[in-house]
Write a protein that binds this ligand. Structure first.
Ligand SMILES: Cc1cc2nc3c(=O)[nH]c(=O)nc-3n(C[C@H](O)[C@H](O)[C@H](O)COP(=O)(O)O)c2cc1C
Length: 448
């Protein structure tokens, strides 16, 4: 199985409120190199595939039309830029991969291609790009680009990936760089090409500014689960980050994704499905429960509202309670409304229902499959069930608490998975790049 560990370069990664826990280091560590290098070394010692960085542009200002709740509760505010953290982590590790979120809405593709070639060179081929179209409008208000409607963002993203891949794959021949000191030729100019892209959204001449890196194209991740997001993933993604509510309802989602990849002319198993699950694991039931109690005691209803409203692009304070959320036209992430529909397919989710769901601390139960909660044995049983029933290839583990949870994953969960023969005990020396870790030795480049 493949295991990534989720992180954000902000004080309370994913769980609003953990900055208040004096034992958790994320509140100040998120902006410290010492913190991130110790996290990366820990994950590498546990043979984890990759450290995954989520990221946003702009601030959560949809709830009540204000960023005050986001600032008050540290809802991905403040946040530093994770792409700039990665080279330092690459220097502190040798094998760990790094996946980083980069928006097709708020960066130009030429710059994206250069940034990822740089990361791929500096990490020796250990980098992945989590392709997102972004859901926050507020970045557009800061001059980062135009906030298009949901499906148009994906149309633009399709062309964006085409441009970036052309720069990575077609601009420099493998033997373009000769470094011939006698002849005074560094690169053969005929082997460095323009891409001459002229499309609906972009005009990019090229050539690419970087020579070919170990993987050329970084491993392509994707996370949006709307219909349009799934079509995009089926077309481009190699690793898909899914947030499914349980293995039974997850099975058709994974099957649909693979089927759509096949329809797009791809090998359906050349696409790794990773379930994104919060992990709350303790050495004993009592200690797992202590983590759950801490999580509940730190819960910030207002902070959660700020986050969900931003994700959905719906201000849950602005509509009458009985309004069905599906009827509200919103251009944010459609994945979350879909998630609600799967959580309770028989019901109409109203604004009041969603507010209640979001603000109420959700005590994790071992029976609630979306959270991997309990002892290492209980959690490993649950993961096996996800693999067998839903057909996932691995997990993007969201550690809870953010810092202590990383230790729990590495010191408690991974050894249990290794004992069961489900997870590697050493990195395969033949797999030198991140893509080879997912797809086997020799598969360094994006297929096709
Ligand atoms: C599990 C998950 C994680 C995501 N992580 C990020 C992220 O870190 N940054 C971001 O801008 N968008 C993130 N997104 C948003 C999407 O990737 C997507 O680009 C956008 O929300 C619209 O697509 P959708 O309607 O298909 O969700 C995430 C979405 C999901 C479902």
């Amino acid at each position: 199985m493949h295991l990534n560990v989720f992180a954000e370069c902000s004080p309370s990664p994913q769980f609003v409120g953990f900055w208040r826990d004096s034992d958790d280091r994320s509140a100040t560590g998120y902006r410290s190199l010492e913190y991130w290098t110790s996290v990366a070394r820990k994950l590498e010692a546990a043979c984890v595939d990759a450290l995954f960085f989520a990221d946003i542009h702009g601030v959560y200002d949809v709830y009540r039309g204000s960023w005050e709740p986001a600032a008050r509760h540290a809802v991905q505010l403040p946040a530093i830029d994770p792409t700039l953290v990665i080279p330092a982590l690459a220097a502190a590790t040798e094998r760990l991969g790094f996946a980083v979120t980069y928006s097709t809405t708020y960066h130009p593709p030429y710059q994206c291609a250069r940034a990822f070639s740089t990361l791929d060179h500096l990490t020796g081929g250990r980098v992945a790009w989590n392709i997102v179209t972004s859901y926050l409008r507020s970045a557009a208000e800061n001059g980062l680009g135009e906030y298009l409607d949901h499906d148009l963002r994906y149309d633009r993203a399709d062309e964006y990936v085409e441009v970036a891949r052309a720069l990575w794959e077609r601009s420099w021949d493998e033997d373009a760089v000769v470094r011939d000191t006698e002849a005074d030729v560094f690169a053969v100019p005929e082997k460095v090409r323009a891409i001459d892209h002229k499309g609906d959204w972009f005009t990019v001449r090229g050539p690419h500014q970087c020579e070919p890196s170990p993987q050329r194209t970084p491993v392509l991740y994707q996370a949006g689960a709307s219909g349009r997001g799934t079509a995009f993933a089926a077309r481009h993604a190699e690793v898909v980050f899914l947030t499914m509510s349980d293995p039974q309802t997850g099975a058709p989602q994974v099957a649909e994704l693979r089927q759509r990849a096949e329809e797009a002319g791809r090998d359906p198993h050349a696409l790794k499905a990773m379930q994104g699950s919060m992990v709350m694991v303790g050495p004993t039931r009592a200690e797992a429960k202590a983590r759950a109690d801490l999580y509940n005691s730190l819960w910030s209803g207002e902070g959660q509202l700020a986050k969900w409203c931003g994700w959905m692009d719906i201000d849950l304070a602005a509509y009458p309670d009985e309004t069905p959320v599906e009827e509200i036209r919103a251009e944010g992430s459609h994945s979350f409304v879909k998630f609600l529909q799967r959580l309770g397919p028989e019901r109409t989710w109203t604004v009041a229902d969603v507010r209640y769901l979001v603000t109420r601390p959700r005590r994790p139960r071992r029976e609630a499959p979306v959270t991997l909660y309990g002892t290492p044995e209980q959690v490993a049983d649950r993961m096996e069930q996800w693999i067998e029933t839903a057909g996932v290839d691995g997990f993007n583990l969201i550690p809870c608490p953010p810092t202590g949870g990383i230790d729990d994953i590495c010191d408690l969960l991974v050894p249990e998975l290794q004992r069961r023969g489900l997870f590697r005990t050493a990195y395969d020396p033949a797999e030198t790049t991140l893509r080879e870790r997912y797809f086997g030795a020799g598969n360094r480049h994006y297929p096709g």
